[in-house]
Write a protein that binds this ligand. Structure first.
Ligand code: G6P
Ligand code: MG
Length: 222
């Protein structure tokens, strides 16, 4: 019996991947190389430190720990210039009605994100008070595909992973949900076919649609 929904933020509630991409690219360009939008896909759900490691690897550039720290800080300053301009118009279509309906149906709502900027973004877009718990990148240490972020979210909401649906746009996020024993719904994105169910987005979708599709899938697997 599903009691709670836990949402990833970037790519599920807002499209911040474009801002991460611009800021990381600016950093890469300043070091004399570039990377593609397809490579950027691999950074979804991945922590800032690990993303930097991957990008430097793509550019064939080696940096000391201290230099990496400075580069990550610089990238984050550029990224924050974008996110501090965000407002509720950037909430992806259908998300607010979906949250409203889930709340009205008595489901508990949580947020589980690798981003240390998640709380600031939720405040910018006016959704910070909608979640019973917000587990952001400051509150956990093991990055997706480790399930820690969702486990902390479920325990803060007082539910078991088996009672919880996780909405994720990143391959590693779906991996994390499955590893933790959650039901995973892939949202848009690529390489999500291992999720229990995939949706293009939240437009015209109700929590009941999700629960019915999940339970008929579970029944077919019996
Ligand atoms: C999310 C995004 C990643 C990002 C990570 C850390 O998971 O999908 O692309 O690298 O958060 O974000 P932060 O805001 O802490 O740099
Ligand atoms: Mg995401």
């Amino acid at each position: 019996m599903i009691q709670a929904f836990i949402f990833d933020l970037d790519g599920v509630i807002v499209d911040t991947a474009k801002y991460h991409f611009i800021a990381w690219r600016r950093m890469a360009n300043s070091l004399g190389f570039d990377f593609t939008e397809a490579q950027n896909e691999q950074l979804k759900g991945v922590s800032r430190k690990e993303s930097l490691g991957l990008i430097l690897e793509w550019g064939g550039v080696a940096k000391s720990e201290a230099e990496q720290e400075a580069l990550a800080t610089q990238k984050n300053e550029w990224y924050r210039e974008y996110i501090l301009q965000m407002d509720e118009s950037e909430i992806l279509e259908g998300v607010v009605p979906f949250l409203d309906a889930a709340e009205a149906a008595g489901l508990k709502l949580g947020l589980g994100s690798s981003s240390k900027n998640a709380t600031a973004i939720l405040q910018q877009i006016g959704l910070a008070s909608r979640f019973g718990t917000i587990i952001d990148g400051n509150k956990h240490t093991r990055s997706k595909p480790d399930p820690e972020v969702f486990q902390l979210g479920a325990s803060a909401l007082g539910v078991a992973p088996s009672e919880c649906v996780v909405f994720e746009d990143a391959e590693k996020g779906v991996d994390a949900a499955i590893a933790g024993g959650f039901t995973a719904v892939g949202v848009g994105g690529e390489n999500l076919s291992h999720a229990h169910m995939v949706i293009p987005g939240f437009q015209s979708l109700t929590p009941q649609d999700v629960l019915v599709r999940l339970s008929s899938r579970a029944a077919q697997n019996l």
